[in-house]
Design a protein around this ligand. Structure first.
Ligand code: ADE
Length: 241
């Protein structure tokens, strides 16, 4: 998967993209990330990338010409890519959407800044506007990092066989069950006996029940769309749903 990221602050990405899973994805040759400085596509002497909004109002708007030229240049290098723009007004990013995006042949991510981006850039170039949550960040860079991270871990081969994304929260529509490791007793708290039993069927049953209970307590909205068996429904009924 090739990501082209268009930003006014490429330096923000250096730390997060040079560590952990994203680093590994790049080292294995499964993911490549190319950063583009939008300012390099401004043609005036001051390399202007923003201007005041038509109609008045606070803040600055990203001008269409440099951004459009930068997107066109990225498209030449990543021709089959889907163009995303990070903005709080976008479609909420979910696990399901990350899976869908991981299946694309390439992604170009435009990081919005200032009060917004000239609407004509959206119309001309953007396939999907993405939000990472109902709050406002100072810019789209942190959101783009979240998008890249959530997709990279779904690219086949990036995670090792011992760290499958299949058990992650949301992958089966539920929150993840609680996890424990050694020691068996810590600060007076012990690991549930079933996890020490070696009985894999009982462990799987306990984990499913815990995932259902957590989801019911914390994110009952997820239960509307999670695939649930008859047994799951009976367990939820016992839990008072
Ligand atoms: N830019 C500013 N806030 C954002 C958000 N919540 N999601 C995506 N991009 C953003």
């Amino acid at each position: 998967m090739r990501f082209d990221i268009l930003t006014l602050f490429p330096e923000m990405f250096r730390g997060p993209f040079d560590e952990s899973i994203i680093r590994r994805g790049q080292d294995k040759g499964l993911v490549s990330i190319v950063l583009h400085q939008i300012r390099e596509y401004a043609t005036d002497r001051h390399q202007t990338v923003d201007d005041s909004p038509y109609g008045g109002g606070a803040g600055m708007v990203m001008k269409p010409e440099p951004l459009s030229a930068c997107i066109t240049a990225a498209r030449l290098q990543n021709p089959a890519a889907t163009v995303l723009l990070t903005t709080p007004r976008g479609t909420p990013l979910t696990h399901q959407l990350a899976v869908e995006l991981a299946g694309k042949s390439g992604l170009i991510i435009v990081c919005g800044r200032y009060e917004g981006v000239d609407e004509r850039v959206h119309e001309l170039h953007v396939d999907l506007e993405l939000s990472i949550g109902d709050y406002v960040l100072s810019g789209g860079e942190l959101a783009a990092m979240v998008v890249v991270d959530s997709i990279t871990r779904l690219v086949p081969g990036v995670l090792g066989s011992d760290e499958s994304a299949a058990d992650d929260s949301f992958s089966d529509g539920l929150l993840e069950y609680p996890q424990y490791t050694r020691p068996a007793a810590f600060c007076g708290l012990t690991v549930p006996e079933v996890l020490l039993s070696g009985n894999h069927a009982r462990i799987a049953q306990w984990r499913r029940q815990q995932a259902l209970q957590r989801t019911l307590e914390r994110r009952p909205d997820l239960l509307q769309s999670a695939p649930l068996s008859e047994h799951d429904r009976r367990l939820l009924a016992e839990l008072g749903r």
